[in-house]
Design a protein around this ligand. Structure first.
Ligand SMILES: Cc1ncc(COP(=O)(O)O)c(C=O)c1O
Length: 397
């Protein structure tokens, strides 16, 4: 008999299901780049729990920081009343690593909430309502974030959504003309993740920043997936010579605990304090254990020379992933989309790699590709091993 802890029956019938074909792998333990089943089968996690474990699972410094905070206090008060050491230290650490205008953080519990806060802030600050987003974008699943996400198939069943949202073409300079003095904000993933790793040109990013400056629209960059070292710099926008007005982060920010943030200037953020006061509130935002975990994660990323090695590791992986059946690879840092002719080929490769202990995954809006985004701490030997399993899976097609 299967123990209830890992019973597929409980999982399938008593936990809400959104995916008709879940992996159904029981996970008992995770360490570094590996996941372990109760029977001791080991999987290489090449997707970092979808963009979360950039410094690997259970980094010892993160675990120690969490344990240390557990011994002091857990939740004590809803957002923004008491002064708590983990959120203070985390806010200060972000000031140290971000450009001067991104000096004021609002901590929330997830990526979608970070975007909700950012959109509200932009509307409140500019007094405008129009929001511009990009086709194929993904910003989360709550109503506001869904409204500004580009996948029509996933959105339609949930209408009506936010009014006054317009979509323009990613990386198309001509389309930037649609940003006008009516626009409250433009929200963009610096690197489109679930569209299959779409990388904009520097020229486009400079033109986008200019158009926002000229029209007074705020620029929100969503680095929930591409941030925290994934692209080879701490934040991807640093590679394009621009700075957003509002930055949103989550996923890898918490090192495995749930936390997100929208970050802006004190001047912009100040408008959440008045007319109305409590312009954005949350009970658990800035949770002390999550902030302690995020702070330790950021310190590991900055001190352990992890980001400096990302590009080299990315290049190695790309050079190994050569096969005539691969149609294209899009990559920045250690964020990959590997394209094939057919969706069915992608399904078979992911399944075969999984059977052989390597976890790759699909994209929400790019069916002919699979994703690879391993922990940034993956070693060169582990990269070689992972690639040989993937190449064998491709060979089997
Ligand atoms: C770019 C981007 N924005 C927002 C989100 C939503 O984050 P969360 O799932 O934490 O709500 C995601 C999640 O995949 C994402 O990739």
């Amino acid at each position: 008999m299967i123990h209830p802890e890992f019973s597929p029956n409980i999982f399938l019938n008593h936990l809400a299901q959104t995916n008709p074909f879940p992996f159904l792998i029981p996970i008992e333990k995770a360490e570094g780049i590996y996941l372990y089943t109760p029977e001791g089968k080991r999987y290489m996690d090449l997707i970092s729990g979808i963009g979360v474990t950039n410094i690997g699972h259970r980094h010892h410094k993160v675990v120690a920081a969490i344990k240390d905070q557990l011994d002091k206090h857990l939740h004590v008060m809803a957002y923004g009343e008491y002064i708590q050491s983990p959120s203070n230290l985390l806010a200060k650490k972000l000031v140290d690593v971000l450009p001067p205008n991104l000096s004021c953080s609002y901590f929330v519990n997830s990526g979608t909430e970070a975007n909700e806060g950012a959109l509200k802030l932009a509307k409140r600050y500019t007094g405008r309502t129009e929001i511009i987003s990009f086709h194929k974008s993904y910003h989360g699943n709550t109503h506001g974030s869904l409204s500004v996400s580009g996948n029509e198939k996933k959105k339609n069943a949930f209408r009506p959504l936010l009014p006054d949202v317009r979509f323009i073409e990613f990386n198309n300079i001509d389309d930037l003309k649609q940003i006008t003095s009516h626009t409250a904000c433009v929200i963009m993933e610096t690197i489109q993740g679930d569209a299959g790793v779409r990388i904009p040109s520097k020229e486009f990013m400079l033109a986008l920043r200019k158009q926002c400056d000229e029209t007074g629209a705020l620029l929100i960059l969503d680095e929930i997936q591409c941030g925290m070292g994934r692209s080879g710099t701490l934040f991807a926008f640093q590679q394009f010579g621009i700075v957003p007005d509002i930055l949103t982060i989550a996923k890898a920010f918490g090192g495995g605990l749930p936390i997100g943030a929208f970050i802006s200037s004190k001047e912009i953020m100040h408008c959440l304090t008045h007319n109305p006061m409590l312009g954005h509130i949350t009970t658990f935002g800035g949770n002390p254990v999550c902030c302690a975990s995020a702070l330790a994660t950021l310190e590991v990323l900055m001190k352990e020379k992890i980001i400096e090695q990302v590009e080299k590791k990315g290049q190695l992986m790309e050079s190994l992933l050569q096969h005539p059946k691969i149609k294209a690879i899009r990559r920045i840092g250690l964020m990959f989309a590997v394209d094939f002719d057919l969706e069915e080929q992608v399904q078979r490769i992911v399944k075969n790699a999984l059977d052989n202990g390597v976890i790759c995954f699909w994209f929400l809006s790019c069916p002919n590709s699979f994703r690879i985004a391993p922990p940034l701490t993956i070693s060169e030997d582990e990269i070689r091993e992972a690639c040989s399993v993937i190449l064998r899976a491709i060979e089997k097609l």
